[in-house]
Design a protein around this ligand. Structure first.
Ligand SMILES: [Zn+2]
Length: 456
């Protein structure tokens, strides 16, 4: 009897130990500010993590000799040895530890730099404790996945949005065997890209991170506090670019990046950004490359395409300015424009749901603007980043700063914009769009019509 009890005691202890080995993660908090160390430690302990802390970089590195945490939350601005230097050493000596950088003097450039040096993420102070917890859980989940360990469950991010990726009106797809092309997708690893904002003019950048199935495309700022789903419901402005807004946070010029996500069928992604998506060279080529470099991961859940089964029109074809969408088994977009020279008459039409076609024919087409419009944009405080290299400038009688990549580059760029705006319905779309002389405003009106009828 005695022996059995002893055995039971050992067995339960052993199970507890196994449980701890598998599930209790250790987090190190490194910050010279006592109050931040304390509040982060408290909130992490409440969540069941083991927490150790250090008040400077050198101490933190010394502690790593005897105690290896799963994750380190590391302040950038610290006396003696700054966080970036500490990060470099950690990534050299303990590449497996995830590091989340925090900073009170945050900007997206510093964030891009930290990620390039191997940090998992970068969060701006004042810290939103919810934002930190969410990032910690995402980081640990990625680490578990990489190491083949059972993944930490997180529901938090899906609770922040309500954009379902399956709607059920294509039930056969969900119930039958799901073909690989119908699976939800994310990227294999976090990727970054630095650049300039077209409208705000400031240096900006973008950090893309994988998300679990049914999360959707979500934009967030440096503090990771406000999450803005890339959905029609959050469109706040369509003047020259599409802007999303939720609470105090807003993100401008999302359409080129959204077009790429649409065509590569990336359904779950966290996009951390300053206030504007970088314009790059005015086209979507760099975003295609970024997604291809990151690698695409197919996930175990299906996504239902939005199948257009009726005709929806905004504007009046008889008056020459309209956009319509009609049933078609492939995403097809036809755009035409007719302006006085030098733009003149341009037309383009492509079946674009194959990434190879999109990357070759549509993605390279750049943003353009007339010199006259450009003056107006500057008056409005927009287009500050529109330097000679990232927008095609159209003068009185010719393009003045570059040579065109296609004779109908402007019509192709309009197709790029439409592709991006269409993805604000939350899922890839199948239908044929015919548009003439329209812009973001009409695109969004068309989406509202589709959304009203299809309840998406
Ligand atoms: Zn555009």
């Amino acid at each position: 009897m005695q022996e059995t009890r002893f055995f039971l005691f050992l067995a339960s202890d052993f199970l507890l130990l196994m449980f701890k080995m598998n599930y209790t993660k250790t987090i190190m908090v490194v910050d010279d500010e006592n109050s931040i160390r304390q509040s982060l430690s408290d909130v992490l302990k409440d969540e069941g993590f083991d927490v150790i802390s250090a008040s400077d970089g050198q101490n933190a590195l010394k502690m790593l000799d005897t105690n290896t945490p799963d994750l380190i939350i590391l302040d950038i601005w610290m006396p003696v040895m700054d966080g970036t230097e500490v990060l470099k050493v950690i990534k050299k000596t303990h590449p497996d530890i995830e590091v989340i950088m925090i900073s009170g003097h945050g900007n997206i450039e510093a964030a891009v730099k930290a990620i390039k040096l191997g940090a998992y993420d970068y969060i701006e102070k004042p810290l939103s404790l919810d934002g930190v917890l969410l990032t910690v859980k995402r980081a640990l989940r990625e680490r578990d996945k990489r190491r083949g360990e059972p993944e930490l469950a997180i529901q938090d991010i899906t609770e922040q949005k309500n954009v379902p990726l399956t709607k059920g009106y294509d039930k056969k797809i969900k119930e039958g065997s799901v073909s690989a092309s119908r699976l939800q997708r994310t990227i294999k690893k976090s990727i970054v890209l630095g650049g300039q904002g077209l409208h705000s003019g400031g240096k900006t950048g973008v950090i893309l991170s994988p998300l679990q199935p049914n999360s959707g495309i979500i934009f967030t700022g440096l503090s990771s506090e406000e999450m803005i789903p890339a959905h029609l419901d959050y469109v706040s402005s369509t003047d020259y670019a599409t802007t999303l807004k939720r609470g105090h946070a807003s993100i401008m010029t999302i359409e080129h990046l959204m077009a790429v996500l649409h065509i590569y069928r990336i359904t779950n992604l966290l996009i951390k950004i300053g206030s504007e998506v970088p314009i790059m060279d005015g086209s979507a080529t760099d975003f295609c490359q970024m997604i291809e470099d990151g690698g695409i991961e197919k996930q175990d859940e299906p996504v239902d395409d939005i199948i257009i089964d009726d005709i929806y029109t905004v504007g009046n074809p008889a008056k020459g300015r309209y956009i319509s969408i009609e049933p078609c088994p492939h995403l097809t977009i036809q755009y035409s424009m007719d302006y006085p020279p030098p733009i003149g008459r341009q037309e383009a039409s492509f079946i674009i749901d194959a990434p190879e076609v999109f990357k070759k024919e549509i993605a390279p087409a750049r943003t353009y603007g007339s010199v006259k419009d450009y003056g107006k944009l500057e008056e409005m405080g927009l287009a500050k980043g529109g330097r000679l290299s990232n927008v095609v400038l159209v003068g009185e009688d010719k393009v003045i700063n570059t040579s065109l990549r296609f004779t109908n580059e402007f019509a192709r760029h309009k197709i790029l914009d439409i592709t991006g705006d269409l993805y604000l319905l939350g899922r890839p779309i199948k239908g044929k769009v015919v548009a003439r002389m329209t812009g973001h405003t009409e695109n969004i009106l068309l989406l509202r019509k589709i959304a009203e009828c299809k309840k998406c």
